[in-house]
Design a protein around this ligand. Structure first.
Ligand code: ATP
Length: 264
């Protein structure tokens, strides 16, 4: 279980540009929850993921994971049990290394954070088996350098690397937003499959309202650094895009047409 308790995050504190981005935000994430997170630009969605991952320190409040207070744990220590996939397919993998070298590094974590990873017949077989699950033919390209892969192939690989050692928590920050719709669908299906199969607790930020409704078991909406809607069960499955847009418009006090929400 992950508990965010009254988190405050202020950028440029005590300056004319002071910006309170997380405003007393509290969230309890149950084991096995797959939460989709929506909200308008600047609502604080990425910042919430970043404070959980330890990228930014919080100004107050606490973060507890499985009963352990990780509020002040550095990012690299949290990386041992928190998997992340970002929007940019260039992040998350080492481009000049081969697919199998990248997988091997991920496989060595969290016990071995050095480059002392090895490749042998058995490991190659494990990697091939992982890759066989994705309809991209990567299982036959283990020695291809990652920089030669498409964005979708890289995101799929990053997802596999982030979940290979079953993290306690998986953070997905618009991880399909930069992909074409068909590839995004493939990566989303792979996400659901991996998350369900391994019962990985997941928080996924998305601007795609259809994905937010269809994927996961819980949907939260953020606005001005707070959670303003938290749906699960039938309330979530019967939610519609027009009703979500309506809620956005009520919160913003204006028509939502100019925001970056996609209706695809
Ligand atoms: N590292 C940072 N330093 C200063 N300000 C930041 C930093 N990261 C985010 N912010 C500010 O925090 C606010 C919220 O940003 P955040 O990226 O969390 O929003 P978001 O809900 O993810 O938005 P979007 O949907 O546009 O990605 C914005 O005003 C942003 O400029």
């Amino acid at each position: 279980m992950v508990i965010l308790d009254h988190i405050q995050k202020i950028f440029y504190r005590n300056t004319p540009n002071e910006n309170q981005v997380l405003n007393n935000l509290s969230l309890k994430v149950e084991d096995g929850d797959f939460i989709t997170v929506i909200g308008s630009n600047g609502a604080g969605k990425s910042t919430m993921l970043n404070v959980v991952a330890g990228v930014h320190p919080v100004d107050s409040g606490s973060i507890v994971l499985d009963g352990i207070d990780i509020t002040h744990l550095p990012e690299f220590r949290r990386a041992a049990f928190i998997g992340r996939v970002f929007q940019d397919p260039m992040l998350g993998t080492s481009p000049s290394m081969t697919i199998e070298e990248n997988l091997s590094m991920a496989y060595a974590r969290p016990n071995n954070m050095t480059l002392r990873w090895g490749l042998d017949f058995q490991r190659r077989k494990i990697f091939k088996d992982y890759l066989k699950n994705i309809p991209l033919g990567l299982e036959n390209r283990l020695s291809t350098k990652v920089k030669l892969l498409s964005g979708g192939q890289r995101q799929a690989l990053t997802l596999i690397m982030a979940t290979m050692k079953k993290p306690k928590l998986l953070l997905l920050d618009e991880h399909t937003a930069a992909l074409d719709p068909k590839t995004a669908q493939m990566v989303n299906s792979l996400t659901e499959e991996i998350v369900q199969k391994n019962n990985i607790t997941t928080i996924m930020v998305t601007h795609n309202l259809e994905h937010a409704i269809k994927m996961g078991n819980r949907l939260i909406m953020m606005h001005k650094g707070q959670i303003v809607m938290d749906l699960s069960g039938e309330e979530k499955s019967t939610m519609t895009i027009p009703r979500l847009l309506n809620k956005f418009e009520q919160l913003q006090g204006e028509k939502f047409a100019e925001d970056r929400v996609m209706l695809a």
